[in-house]
Design a protein around this ligand. Structure first.
Ligand code: SF4
Length: 495
């Protein structure tokens, strides 16, 4: 049975709603052998390639530090940069909107589409539009949104949600993709060829023909942006297939939903990110398609350009002194590809459009830790530190996770909920505070400990810890006791 069959995949736009928490979802995902094979193969391939191209740059560590410093400085003066961006984009002919949350951002986007009587809109792959559930809100208003990125198309036709930033259909193999195309393309446009095989070339050709009709019919397009340049009001989109450029240039109206953390102060800053992002994400030295646009250019490209600047929890994250570094994230997905937890459970287990190590810290930062789904995420990590090593903007994800675990405990304590962990910690603190108490506890544990070499299962809630590991039993005699015994008997070094 697959994780999809047991309903692990969230419905598009309904991340978290009706989803099990990470702890339960991970168990379901781990039982899906096909999912683990697909993920293991894909993440190993990408991370090996990334390691090779990153290793080519002698100044890689300097680039990482520079990228982190640029982002930190921008975040420290975000209000000023946002106002500068708004003024520059407006002067260039764009209309800038401000959205405090997902509902406001969707409302603005829907009104623009309705004003142009659009019943179909095309889309560039964008996490911000997924975050606000734009497709589903458009659909509720009778407007069909068509994804044009190949992997997003697979996800959309499969009635699925993305499982990875860069490779949203990472959990699908070629045969599954062929089946989705054969079954679904005809329902929403040009059908797949009757003799479609699972050859990548044939699959890409089927998608290209299907999408061409969408590109030519779309009068309104929606996108996100990788970067927004404050000094000029320019938006920047990086992509690999060229579909994005078609969406950004062919339609009459372009609406871009941009998280407020995407700002960079100057064009010169872009130079650093155009080096670190492609190498970290697709393991390419240079990005295949980089599209930049500044407002409106008469007679060329969309003649109506809207930019929706999205908060949706970002100022909340900015107020968190340890966690705000997560806003440096450039969504390269390098941390997902090296994470041993992500590799085994995939993106859906995180119950959010932001999966993997960055999702584990970003969701609690954006929403707080009071909700069970968010509270479970800081524990979705082995704290091995591989994500920090891979991150091109040096986000110290393990430190933020540890901080958030403490927040979860505090939040539970404040709300008076069951808090076995806090109780255990209080008992441990009391015991460790006095050496006599510690010795008594050791003697007691040594006496009641089993004779077996390892404790295979702890009782009650502690059982979670021994579910996948063995615990060495407490020795019957502490070092202190052994020392006293052997020294008193004049047998130092004896046993
Ligand atoms: S946290 Fe770092 S490694 Fe992970 S997606 Fe963001 S920028 Fe990339």
């Amino acid at each position: 049975m697959t994780s999809q069959q047991v309903g692990l995949h969230p419905k598009p736009g309904e991340a978290f709603l009706g989803m099990p928490t990470f702890t339960k979802a991970a168990h379901i995902a781990l039982a899906d052998d096909q999912l683990r094979r697909n993920l293991g193969h894909a993440t190993h391939t990408i991370r090996d390639k990334r390691k090779r191209v990153v290793g080519e740059l002698e100044d890689w560590q300097d680039l990482r530090s520079t990228a982190a410093a640029i982002k930190d400085n921008t975040l420290a003066n975000l209000d000023r940069h946002l106002e500068q961006f708004e003024a520059a984009a407006t002067a260039a002919g764009a209309t800038v909107h401000w959205a405090a949350d997902a509902a406001e951002a969707c409302k603005i986007g829907i009104e623009i589409a309705q004003r142009h009587r659009a019943t179909d809109v095309i889309k560039v792959k964008s996490m911000a539009t997924q975050e606000i559930g734009l497709n589903e809100e458009l659909e509720k208003n009778g407007i069909h949104a068509w994804e044009t990125d190949l992997a997003e198309l697979i996800v959309q036709l499969g009635g699925d949600t993305p499982s990875h930033f860069l490779v949203p259909a990472i959990h699908r193999n070629r045969d599954e993709i062929r089946q989705i195309f054969a079954d679904k393309m005809g329902e929403v446009g040009r059908p797949a060829p009757a003799d479609l095989t699972d050859e990548p070339r044939r699959l890409a050709e089927a998608a290209r023909l299907h999408l061409r009709e969408k590109f030519l019919a779309g009068k309104v397009a929606f996108s996100g942006a990788n970067f927004a340049i404050a000094e000029t009001g320019t938006l920047v989109v990086l992509e690999s297939e060229g579909n994005g450029r078609m969406c950004l240039t062919l339609p009459d109206v372009l609406v871009s939903v941009v998280g407020i953390e995407k700002l960079l102060p100057t064009f010169a800053d872009l130079e650093v990110f155009l080096q670190v992002l492609p190498r970290s994400s697709t393991a390419e030295r240079m990005n295949p398609y980089t599209t930049m646009w500044t407002g409106v250019t008469e007679g060329d490209g969309p003649q109506e350009v809207h930019i929706i600047l999205l908060d949706n929890g970002r100022t909340r994250a900015l107020a968190d002194t340890t966690g705000r570094q997560a806003l440096r994230c450039i969504r390269c997905s390098a941390c997902l590809n090296v994470c041993p937890v992500y590799e085994r459970v995939g993106g859906h287990a995180y119950g959010s459009v932001y999966p993997g190590p960055i999702g584990a810290i970003l969701n609690p930062l954006l929403h707080g830790v009071s909700e069970p789904h968010d509270a479970a995420l800081p524990y979705a990590s082995s704290l091995c530190g591989a994500c920090y090593e891979a991150c091109p903007v040096k986000i110290d994800i393990p430190s933020v996770l540890v901080e958030q675990r403490a927040e979860v405990i505090e939040d539970r304590a404040e709300r008076g909920g069951p808090n076995a962990e806090a109780l255990a910690m209080r008992i441990a603190a009391w015991t460790f505070a006095d050496h006599r108490r510690l010795e008594r506890a050791q003697r007691l544990a040594g006496r009641v400990g089993p004779a077996a070499k390892y404790v295979r299962r702890l009782p009650g809630m502690l059982g979670g810890w021994t579910q996948s590991r063995d615990l060495p039993p407490v020795p019957r005699e502490s070092f202190h006791q052994w020392w006293e015994r052997t020294r008193a008997a004049g047998k130092e070094g004896g046993r």
